[in-house]
Design a protein around this ligand. Structure first.
Ligand SMILES: Nc1ncnc2c1ncn2[C@@H]1O[C@H](COP(=O)(O)OP(=O)(O)OP(=O)(O)O)[C@@H](O)[C@H]1O
Ligand SMILES: [Mg+2]
Length: 256
């Protein structure tokens, strides 16, 4: 057993650059274990860059990053699950849902899956309310069904930290609400830490335990009712467009 660190993610004075472009500047934050964290901010704010840095896919220009108590070069990747922003699946891909889930247990595509692997895949699919999809071809799934299978794939190894890039994209509003509830339930059941990028402030408000408001710099971090304040949102999003006005009204309604 690895030693249990108090924080799932510890970031100190992090700056990330792409050439001369500063994508993240002087970020410091500590995410407690077991938190369900939503990251919000406008396009180009550095949200994906932040999670890519945590996954070790992007190197910091400066600063310190510890994940599950370890520096990235020492971290066992098995401890972290990743649900990429879902966009590309070749619809002619001849896989069954259970095979896609088992591929999360192995590095290579499973030729033939063992009984034990199938059991694990079924348990993971059950957790996301998708046991009935196990033996069906993924090529015919709707966006929401496929997203559940990808969640099961990330959860099958029982990671301590799960990172999700805009998991609700392409899912209808009803499916979206379901998915946030499901993530919240999974977090409570497993004790894992979840870190998710979302454009849905209302979902963040209702389901997350912590919210990161980002726009190159860290503008707010804390419980939703503190981080999703009008001041933080105005600072992050600058000029307030229609969607933001609606969202600000929502936030005001909750705070005034
Ligand atoms: N590989 C790259 N090379 C150069 N610049 C990059 C690269 N990746 C991101 N950037 C730039 O860094 C900034 C942050 O990008 P990032 O993708 O982290 O933003 P984001 O908050 O995830 O945006 P979105 O909401 O559009 O997904 C942007 O200005 C982007 O153009
Ligand atoms: Mg992004």
């Amino acid at each position: 057993m690895s030693r249990k660190a108090e924080y799932a993610v510890e970031i100190e004075d992090l700056t990330v650059k792409y050439g001369d472009h500063v994508a993240l500047e002087d970020i410091s934050l500590q995410i407690p274990r077991g938190a369900f964290v939503a990251i919000v901010g406008p396009n180009g704010a550095g949200k994906s860059t932040l999670i890519k840095t945590i996954l070790g896919l992007v190197r910091p220009a400066s600063g310190k990053v510890l994940v599950l108590g370890e520096p990235l070069e020492r971290l066992d990747p098995v401890r972290v699950g990743y649900v990429p922003q879902f966009k590309t699946l070749d619809r002619s891909f001849p896989a069954l849902a259970e095979e896609l889930v088992v591929s999360g247990l192995r590095r290579a595509w499973p030729g033939r899956i063992t009984r034990k692997e199938r059991e694990k895949a079924l348990t993971a699919l059950e957790r996301v309310g998708a046991a009935h999809l196990a033996g069906r071809p993924v090529s015919r799934f709707s966006g929401g069904e496929l997203q559940r299978v990808y969640l099961a794939r990330a959860f099958v190894r029982q990671p301590e930290l799960v990172v999700l890039d805009e998991p609700a994209t392409g899912i209808d509003v009803l499916g979206e609400a379901d998915m946030y509830r499901l993530l919240e339930g999974y977090q409570k059941q497993s004790g894992a830490t979840l870190l998710m990028i979302t454009h849905d402030w209302e979902a963040a408000y209702h389901h997350a335990s912590h919210v990161i408001v980002l726009n190159r710099r860290l503008i707010g971090f804390g419980p939703p009712e503190r981080a999703l304040s009008e001041r933080c949102l105005r600072e992050a999003f600058g000029h307030v467009g229609h969607a933001h006005t609606v969202a600000l009204e929502f936030v005001r309604g909750k705070h005034v």
